[in-house]
Design a protein around this ligand. Sequence first.
Ligand SMILES: Cc1cc2nc3c(=O)[nH]c(=O)nc-3n(C[C@H](O)[C@H](O)[C@H](O)COP(=O)(O)O)c2cc1C
Length: 199
Amino acid sequence: MAQLPDPLEHRQADHPIEDLFLRRWSPRAMNGEPLAESELMRLFEAARWAPSTYNEQEWRFLYATRDSEHWQTYFDLLTEGNQAWCDQAAVLIVGLSCKVFSRNGKPNPVHTLDTGLAMQNLLLQAAAMGLVAHGMAGFNRGSAKSALNVPDDFEVEVMIAAGHPGDPDSLPENYRDMDLNPSGRKPVAEIARPGKFGF
Ligand SMILES: Cc1cc2nc3c(=O)[nH]c(=O)nc-3n(C[C@H](O)[C@H](O)[C@H](O)COP(=O)(O)O)c2cc1C
């Protein structure tokens, strides 16, 4: 049985950083085994400690575990491409953000940004625990909103599939190749420079 590679053997940082940033990646192979409730709570606990504007904490997470009555509803929201590998996830998570400030109801311009920070905390915690956690934009937001009773002042931001690592050979070929080759990155010089925009 093949195993997911160790991303540290494929990824090289140009400047010294914590290994966890390189260890977080988005493989797709999962083995279908459930996550313990305590493991799942550790993911949300990490998300909880993200920074946010005025400490608004406007992120919310809904989830369905594979054995729950809600699983099929969540699974049906995904694009076909994502369904092809999410069937072995332990849990599907939907990330939401409140679009208005709790204290005055005015629009919060950074609700998506804040929720992205919480999502990244969750992904990093999963990586630290040796779990797969994979963000997805490929799902039907409108259907998610209605199927999950999301109120109008909330935005449906993202879905995340999480579970225990599985066998990349169990994936369709294109996905298997990606799971055997953790992605790289642009050099720092292409994403950060002093002064005015010059990329
Ligand atoms: C917001 C967001 C949406 C994404 N949507 C999908 C998706 O729908 N399907 C998918 O297979 N991967 C999806 N990805 C995973 C990205 O393709 C992946 O993060 C990127 O290629 C970098 O690879 P890495 O996460 O392994 O470092 C998404 C990632 C993010 C952050």
